[in-house]
Design a binder for this molecule. Structure first.
Ligand SMILES: [Zn+2]
Length: 270
């Protein structure tokens, strides 16, 4: 009991230290009130002393202090989220690829990816996604939406490509992320060095059971008819670790270009 009361007294001292008395504070019903938010800065609390309880007037935090603390926690959290976002995307525009920014034109993949993000739990051994489809169907956009949604929940993600990984002097440790997006698989030139980068990246994530999302323009035929052993080796890992999803839809890039063309023609005076 002595221990408990000394802990309580120490707590009160802390509260007293961060709730200084102000000139506008006033007394009401025998307690001190904050002159700004008009909530009490004191409370009558019973604390154990030996075998008895003694009643005393102790400091408590008024609404100003509680709200200021909440605001500071919110700001720290927002900063942490922004740091995660900056770490995830090398390309600044991808930071804006969010489900809120989805125009709903490709509702099927939108739904699949939203569901994936909603059900994602930060634990190893979960499956990733293989998003396959033609150029401009929104695969990269939706893969980034998933990463952004998880980042909003404080989960560290990394969006990269095999080509970018191959450019690094020192190998990046992708296993420290909760989810890795590997964009545009199949766009890399075939060379033994590149094959090694692709295989070791996939294999490391697979072995450490880090979920990953792969986007690719490779056709079903290209994926299923790959004959060289190194591609087959990579694909077998990918199919074990990812749920394949076929993305269909119009070529959005071409559509945007079509929409934008009159605008650019106009501003360029063409
Ligand atoms: Zn106050």
């Amino acid at each position: 009991m002595e221990g408990l009361s000394s802990i309580l007294i120490e707590m009160m001292r802390k509260i007293e230290a961060d709730t200084p008395r102000n000139e506008t504070d006033y007394e009401k019903n025998g307690l001190l009130y904050c002159g700004v938010c008009h909530t009490p800065k004191q409370a009558i609390i019973d604390i154990p002393s030996g075998k008895k309880l003694i009643s005393g007037k102790f400091p408590v935090r008024c609404a100003c202090i509680i709200n200021a603390r909440k605001e500071s926690e919110r700001r720290i959290r927002a900063q942490q989220i922004e740091t995660l976002r900056a770490e995830c995307f090398d390309d600044v525009k991808m930071r804006g690829f969010t489900f809120d920014a989805d125009d709903g034109k490709n509702a099927d993949i939108g739904k699949v990816c939203r569901n994936y993000a909603d059900h994602f739990k930060k634990e190893t051994g979960k499956k990733g996604l293989l998003l396959r489809g033609d150029v401009g169907t929104g695969k990269t956009f939706f893969a980034c939406c998933i990463a952004n949604a998880l980042i909003d929940r404080g989960i560290a993600c990394r969006c990269t490509s095999f080509i970018d990984q191959a450019k690094l002097e020192k190998k990046e440790d992708l296993t420290r992320f909760g989810l890795v997006v590997l964009d545009d698989f199949g766009a890399e030139r075939s060379s033994s060095f590149m094959e090694e980068v692709v295989y070791s990246t996939i294999d490391t994530l697979y072995r450490r059971q880090i979920p990953f999302i792969i986007t690719t323009n490779m056709t079903d035929r290209e994926l299923s008819n790959a004959s060289d052993p190194s591609t087959r080796r990579v694909l077998s890992r990918i199919y074990e670790a990812c749920v394949p999803y076929e993305v269909s839809g119009k070529d959005r890039r071409r559509e945007t270009l079509k929409q934008d063309t009159p605008y650019y023609k106009n501003i360029l005076g063409q």
